[in-house]
Design a protein around this ligand. Structure first.
Ligand code: PMP
Length: 400
């Protein structure tokens, strides 16, 4: 278990909601920022704020240095072969859309995704399929929310041009065997993108060991601000692909006759980027590394098992997802709508998420419109779980 004193780093956790101490269990949607990250943002605006690259003055140089140092930090954190493989985006959604817009497919090509995907790893591929005449194929899952590996093998073929998969399901917490599935897709020559939005906050990432071509994540789920994210891509592949958005920064030379494009990562970073966000993201990664991702993982695993055991005792509850899950615990209580449950426990200061979690096809697979979801971060405690359990018991007695 991590020391509860870590909570002191997160000012928002001292807030009260409806006169009750805040119990924040909506970390899969967004995590809170520690003072160290808030200070990095503040320092940027107080000491460094200027537009980056091309500037001759001191602040422009200082801001550029800090921004590119942040890129180096991200590259080191995910073990990228080069910082040039790290593209700053506005988040996971932005990164996936970028890839879906720079890859081109032909009619009859196949894009393989899974039932567990977030809408942001479904819709961009549907749009690409619509544009190109490619076909979207979906790996089914079983009653525990675990992907059917036999079906996956059957769906894979040389027609599979793109295979994309979430590392960890935001809705059910399922941890997919991404390395093995990537290796299988690679034997058919597919380009592989991993949605690591729910993986990066909870485990160490090594993109070189993973074997995929692209990996996307968001800063705001790993203790950084909103509006910043990362798309990692293999450098050779990035060099061979066209740009998507046009504008400043992504060019080498512009004439009215034609334009030549910059090298990656700048080719994919048109316009003024979120400079402060990148710097704050690096501060957030420093923060988690100082604690240790193994320690964070162990702490969260303890919490999620403890929560699953505690919640199992609530009459009429159904937990979704496999027994071995990461970060998110989804459940329903018989006869009670998730929205009513979430609204009522909010009155008791407990913040959870209710609804489809941007996974409508997954909800449809289970014949439900949504669940209630508690999701955990490094600052959560056993007391938070006691508060959640007590609030759920009280609310379900009131709603029955
Ligand atoms: N993929 C997964 C698995 C997610 O959990 C989320 C956020 N809930 C996203 C993608 C989208 O992230 P963002 O909204 O930060 O772009």
């Amino acid at each position: 278990m991590l020391p509860t004193t870590l909570r002191d780093d997160f000012p928002i956790l001292r807030e009260t909601v409806n006169g009750k101490p805040l119990v924040y269990l909506d970390n899969a949607a967004t995590s809170q920022n520690p003072t160290q990250v808030i200070e990095a943002s503040r320092h940027y605006y107080e000491k460094l704020n200027a537009n980056i690259h091309r500037g001759t003055h001191y602040l422009a140089r200082a801001a550029t240095e800090a921004h590119e140092a942040a890129r180096n930090s991200v590259a080191a954190h995910i073990n990228a072969a080069s910082p040039d493989e790290v593209i700053f985006t506005s988040g996971t959604t932005d990164g996936i859309n970028l890839v879906a817009n720079i890859l081109s497919l032909s009619p009859g090509d196949e894009i393989l995704i899974s039932t567990l995907e977030h809408h942001s790893n479904i819709v961009p591929w549907q749009m690409l399929a619509e544009r190109s005449g490619a076909i979207l194929k979906v790996i089914p899952c079983d009653e525990d929310g675990v992907l059917d590996q036999a079906a996956f093998q059957d769906l894979l073929s040389d027609k599979t041009k793109i295979f994309t998969l979430t590392w960890v399901s935001n809705a059910f917490g399922t941890v997919n065997p991404v390395r093995e599935m990537t290796a299988a897709a690679k034997t058919h020559g597919a380009i592989v993108l991993i949605d690591a939005a729910q993986a990066v906050p909870h485990m160490a990432i090594d993109v070189q060991a993973l074997g995929a071509d692209f990996l996307a994540f968001s800063g705001h789920k790993v203790y950084a601000p909103t509006g910043i994210g990362v798309l990692w891509g293999k450098l050779d592949l990035l060099k061979s692909l066209p740009p998507w958005k046009g504008g400043g920064e992504m060019i080498k030379e512009v004439t009215f006759e034609g334009t030549t494009y910059n090298d990656p990562p700048f080719r994919y970073e048109a316009g003024t980027p979120n400079i402060e966000g990148a710097i704050a993201l690096a501060a957030a990664l420093d923060y988690v590394n100082a604690i240790g991702l193994d320690e964070i993982h162990g702490h969260e695993q303890f919490l999620i098992r403890h929560a699953a055991a505690a919640l199992s005792e609530i009459p009429g509850i159904r937990l979704y997802g496999p027994a071995e899950r990461a970060c998110s615990l989804s459940f329903a209580i018989e006869g009670i709508h998730h929205y009513d449950l979430g609204t009522l426990i909010d009155q008791m200061g407990v913040a959870v998420r209710t609804g489809h979690h941007c996974c409508q096809p997954l909800m449809a697979r289970f014949g439900i419109t949504g669940t209630t979801r508690a999701s955990f971060a490094l600052y959560n405690t056993e007391e938070d779980i006691s508060a959640l359990t007590a609030a759920l018991k009280k609310a379900s007695a009131m709603l029955r």
